[in-house]
Design a binder for this molecule. Structure first.
Ligand code: G16
Length: 542
């Protein structure tokens, strides 16, 4: 039986950089998840009888919302839902499944790298038929709908068994429960030289993969250990847990510090990697060398042709605006297009669909390619392994040779988390107001060449996205960027991105924070970060 339930709008359902993210108790309010899911369906057209992919990263409340989504999909007229067994689907695996099965779209339940548990974060995002995050036009329509919603439709049937691989029927709709790993693993085998990587492991190569008790555990176990022959124990923390074992599944130098310490220690394996809550981010660390996400993008792009899936070369490279310009130098040398987009993977979708870019990446530990329409943590790890296997050199050698060829972009991000929203907005407002007066000004011995509030003109559909981050460019190519995060769930997070280009190989081994000290100081002089936020230091430095 299908019911129409009357409801009242909530006023806080604006999707952020990547869907709607809130604390679990917020999602547990009466009709909160239902309102948002119905608003998604109401913003879409033409899905009657079509397929919908549903899965999540296994975090607390995942299973409950999966049942709600299934019942609402049936009531709203979908013909079939394709659900990952146990409610599990990594974000890139969901993207692949949508594309492979030509589904109408997918609902992915995740708050990405944010912590999970009864008092932590939850999220809902919608991906379109290209497998990618809903474009801004659609998220705007969903948000508009959340403000006027007065009813939702839901079918009444017992909870569906999502732990057995089978196709059943519920409320007149097919419910297909699938292995979350199989299709994805097959896709990886089609892109990379598994034989070469297998030989490398058989020859004694050792790696550590930390799944951080999040969704990539089963994927890493299957691909690295079962298919590639890495020794048992290569994957750590591989059981997805609803609270991620009480940890923050964010693969960065703060939350994966244990991995960093191991990789810098005397018994370090050859390569270390980690992924986040929903499996789209990656951290890669060579023995004795951390590789920044921006550098990783540049190095993967420069070497991608060594993997079978990319042997024809790249059509173009795209990066988010705050990501360092290291990849730009690779694109220039290759003679391919380079695109600078706002933060948010959704902005890469058009470029990938139009065949203008093959590889994309972000400073926030995301790298991916046109194989899906999401960033993909394990993909990045496997491409690194493929490159290491073919080149037969250490990660450290590959990195230092890359810098010698292209120069080094020193890069760091400073986050000020949970700042009062009013204070953060005031900082941005004051800074915006003085942008025009900045060029020509000297700060700490450096001259500001240009300053603006980044606006993106999508070359494919002509849409314009404004206010995407404040850029202050110095003569000589250094820059600082300031923007407010769109993924936090309490207060505001101010991000300061700092970059300095150093062509001289003799100056490639300076400590990063030291290399950037003047720019960090200059950013504070210009934006008044400490006075506005009331903080003496950032909460996270990556
Ligand atoms: C999301 C987006 C990314 C973005 C990141 C950080 O990643 O998909 O494109 O770079 O958030 O965004 P912000 O700086 O606004 O917090 P994820 O992994 O959280 O889905």
């Amino acid at each position: 039986m299908t019911r129409t339930v009357e409801t009242k709008p909530y006023d806080d359902q604006k999707p952020g950089t990547s869907g709607l993210r809130k604390k679990v108790p917020v999602f547990q309010q009466e009709n909160y998840a239902e309102n948002f899911i119905q608003s998604i369906f109401d913003a879409l057209d033409g899905f009657a009888g079509k397929d919908l992919v549903i899965g999540g990263d296994g975090r607390y409340f995942n299973r409950e919302v999966i049942q709600i989504a299934i019942r609402m999909a049936a009531a709203n007229g979908f013909g079939r839902v394709i659900v990952g067994k146990g409610g599990i689907l990594s974000t890139p695996a969901a993207s692949h499944l949508i594309r492979k099965r030509k589904a109408f779209g997918g609902i992915i339940l995740s708050a990405s790298h944010n912590p999970g548990g009864p008092h932590e974060d939850f999220g809902i995002k919608y991906n379109a038929d290209n497998g990618g995050p809903a474009p801004e036009k659609l998220t705007d329509a969903i948000f508009a709908r959340t403000k006027t919603i007065s009813r939702y439709r839901i079918a009444d049937f017992d909870p569906v068994d999502i732990d057995t691989i089978a196709t059943t029927s519920a409320g007149g709709m097919a419910v297909e429960v699938v292995d979350p790993v199989a299709d994805y693993a097959e896709l990886m085998e089609s892109l990379f030289d598994f034989d070469a990587i297998r030989r490398m492991f058989a020859g004694g190569f050792r790696m550590r993969f930390d799944a951080m008790h999040a969704v990539t555990g089963p994927y890493a176990k299957e691909i690295l250990e079962h298919r590639l022959g890495a020794p048992d124990g290569t994957s750590r923390n591989y059981h997805p847990l609803p609270d991620f074992g009480g940890h923050h599944p964010d693969p960065n130098l703060v939350h994966a510090k244990h991995l960093y310490d191991e990789m810098m220690g005397p018994d370090a394996p050859d390569f270390g990697a980690a992924s986040d809550g929903d499996g789209d981010r990656n951290l890669v660390i060579g023995k004795g060398i951390f590789i920044t996400p921006s550098d990783s993008l540049a190095m993967l792009a420069a070497n991608a042709h060594l993997a079978p899936g990319y042997k024809a070369g790249l059509k173009g490279i795209a990066r988010s605006m705050p990501t360092s310009g290291a990849a730009d130098r690779v694109a220039e040398k290759m003679g391919v297009g380079m695109y600078e987009t706002p933060t948010g993977w959704k902005f890469f979708g058009n470029l990938l669909d139009a065949g203008m870019a093959t590889i994309c990446g972000e400073e926030s530990a995301g790298t991916g390619s046109d194989h899906v329409r999401e960033k993909d943590g394990l993909w990045a790890v496997l491409l690194w392994l493929n490159i290491l296997a073919v080149r037969g050199e250490s990660a450290k050698d590959i990195v230092t040779k890359h810098w010698a060829t292209y120069g080094r972009n020193y890069y760091s991000r400073h986050d000020y988390e949970e700042v009062e929203s009013e204070r953060a907005n005031a900082l941005v407002g004051v800074l915006r107001a003085k942008l025009k007066s900045l060029p020509g000004t000297r700060v700490r011995g450096m001259t500001i060449a240009a300053a603006d509030d980044f606006a993106y003109h999508d070359p494919v559909d002509g849409s314009v996205s404004e206010h995407q981050g404040i850029r202050i460019l110095f003569e000589g190519g250094s820059r600082v960027v300031l923007r407010l995060s769109g993924t936090g769930t309490s207060g505001a997070t101010l991000r300061l991105y700092v970059e300095r280009y150093e062509p001289d190989p003799d100056r490639h081994d300076i400590d990063t924070q030291e290399a950037l000290a003047d720019l960090i100081g200059a950013a504070d002089d210009i934006a008044g970060i400490r006075s506005h936020t009331g903080r003496d230091a950032p909460s996270v430095i990556t």
